[in-house]
Design a protein around this ligand. Sequence first.
Ligand SMILES: N[C@@H]1[C@@H](O)[C@H](O)[C@@H](COP(=O)(O)O)O[C@@H]1O
Length: 260
Amino acid sequence: MEVVIVPDAAAGGELIAEAMAALLRRKPEALLGVATGSTPLPVYRALSAKVRAGEVEVSGARICQLDEYVGLPAGHPESYRSVVLREVVEPLGLAESAFMGPDGAAEDVPAACAAYDRALTEAGGVDLQLLGIGTDGHIGFNEPCSSLASRTRIKTLTEQTRKDNARFFDSIDQVPHHVITQGIGTILEARHVVLLATGESKADAVALAVEGPLSALVPASALQLHPHATIVADEAAASRLKLGDYFRATYAAKPAWQGI
Ligand SMILES: N[C@@H]1[C@@H](O)[C@H](O)[C@@H](COP(=O)(O)O)O[C@@H]1O
């Protein structure tokens, strides 16, 4: 697991956008897994800026969703499908056909979960999966005690996550209780997993994920099992890492051509 400590969210966004751009330069049809929440927005802005500046061509790129609320009406502005179309697909100038996600409005939710898990494999697998992290250490919507081998399935949100996400809705009562999420086992199949964490509120979760024991109680700790996982944290989110100085020195000595 590589840990890169950056000065702020914008620097983290730039670093990850450059990794995505480098991937698309060598594999124009790459499948990029994207996350929702506030944290990844600087990545999407930086990647769109690179496209506008002609630094990377993304017309062959494919985008896939990590998770989704269950039961929001189709087209609800806070469904993750709407968010990804608005924040990623449209700014990159991609067609909706370049995008895949689970159907949160399906009548048969387990069948929709299995179909999405299969579709990811049939699409050749995710090349780079971007993740945020919940204050309780969740990735996607894999809440604490999710199976480390889990596949895409329905989950119930913790009250903490519903509170954290209430800011996107008029009130907490509108935050769904149920979600579809790629499982931890599904996420671990991506060829490169990049987790971005910014702000002090993520410092405990980052420290537990990176330096704590591998534990279903901290779903992000499962990234310790991945052969190519990169944790990008700003100074505030990295502030409780015991090995912070080591991570800084290691990255400072890394040849720039290696990227992340
Ligand atoms: N399902 C999403 C996660 O993918 C995201 O990482 C998390 C943190 O969001 P934020 O980046 O806004 O703190 O929120 C939601 O729970």
